[in-house]
Design a protein around this ligand. Sequence first.
Ligand code: ZN
Length: 110
Amino acid sequence: MHVSSLDELVGFLHARLDEDAHDAHLFHELACPCSVTPMRSAGCACPCPASLLAAVRVSEGILRRYEQQLERERQCGLVWPLESSLVFAVLKAMALPYELHPAWRDSWYP
Ligand SMILES: [Zn+2]
């Protein structure tokens, strides 16, 4: 496991989740005024944007927790960073749905 590859994977995931959060606002119901001009829901009751955003927030929370774990282990300066290896494996699995993105690296396959 290379630290730079791990950091790139973290950055890749942040970017994809940001895109997913942005794209969630494209899925309003046809009758919703927000569907004419895609925008952040201003209190509408469309289920899809809210559901998609909730999933993104969960993934962001998981990613943040793993980043803190990585930082703690790096500060300890361990020779064999076991936790970071485990985190790398989980993050690769989290990133797999984005394997067709141009920034994807084949070394990230779980
Ligand atoms: Zn809506």
